[in-house]
Design a binder for this molecule. Structure first.
Ligand code: ATP
Ligand code: MG
Length: 246
């Protein structure tokens, strides 16, 4: 299996001189959906760098390309053109098998609609890893229990998602995204289903977990009250970074 581009032993490890390279570098990224008269350029020349431990909030109008950007950074979609380097590896050159390994090993995803598996408990949802089924190893179980504790969910570990509150479900999703020790976690409107107070709590928790691990994150949000938890706020308009927030 190819090495994870983000694994700590690989290029994400500190370089001589102490600095780790960026978690994400996008250069001239274009993404065109459809063809002919139905063509939509969702991304139209995106240049974006996210530092190795940086939390970047990404804001922009509906339809500006935020979800598309996250999907490309996470290897769920391939760009039409341009380069996407995650943890030092150019994933825009990866084939589908390499992208599967990349998603499994190097990135975490937390989406707006929490896609927990409804018939598995909170703990089992952490042990489920995309495309390979539940992990049953002792190390995976220990890691799941540690994350559940950090996220304040120990007492809820045996609950099905239907017996969890919205905030608890979102915390389970955060725990699942952290199971692989990714170097980049992509949050697409992680708080939009929560009320403002709960939303702020969840974002504060995201910040705490990312900073404790030195993990980079992109948080897409419409909620400007949440952006103060980010290190930087970038704005995307019509598929281009209108303000990198530097
Ligand atoms: N699978 C698809 N096929 C065709 N067009 C798409 C597809 N996905 C997105 N688009 C179009 O690409 C553009 C960017 O969409 P995207 O979902 O990335 O925006 P967004 O910023 O996440 O919007 P929102 O804030 O509403 O979630 C939009 O014009 C959208 O209609
Ligand atoms: Mg979106």
């Amino acid at each position: 299996m190819p090495a994870s581009p983000c694994s700590r032993e690989q290029p994400g490890e500190p370089e001589p001189g102490g600095a780790r390279g960026p978690a994400l570098q996008m250069r001239g990224v274009r993404k065109v959906y459809g063809s002919g008269t139905n063509e939509v350029a969702a991304l139209d020349g995106v240049d974006l760098t996210v530092g190795p431990t940086e939390i970047l909030a990404l804001v922009g109008p509906s339809g500006s390309g935020k979800t598309t950007l996250c999907s490309i950074a996470g290897g769920l979609l391939t760009p039409t053109s341009g380069t996407v380097v995650v943890g030092g590896s150019d994933i825009s050159r990866y084939n589908s098998r390499q992208l599967t390994d990349f998603r499994r090993n190097a990135v975490g995803f937390v989406f707006q609609t929490v896609n927990l598996v409804s018939f598995l408990t909170a703990r089992e949802n952490l042990l489920v890893v995309d495309e390979i089924g539940p992990r049953t190893g002792r190390r995976a179980r220990q890691r799941a229990d540690q994350l559940l504790e950090e996220l304040g969910l120990t007492g809820r570990a045996g609950n099905l998602p239907s017996a969890l509150s919205g905030g608890e479900r979102q915390r389970v999703a955060i725990g699942r995204a952290l199971m692989n020790d990714p170097c980049l976690v992509l949050f697409d409107e992680p708080t939009s289903a929560l009320d403002t107070h709960l939303g702020e709590q969840v974002v504060a928790l995201i910040r705490q977990e990312m900073k404790a691990r030195g993990t980079a994150a992109i948080i897409v949000t419409h909620d400007l009250r949440i952006t103060h938890h980010a290190d930087r706020v970038a704005t995307i308009v019509d598929g281009r970074i209108a303000d990198a927030g530097t």
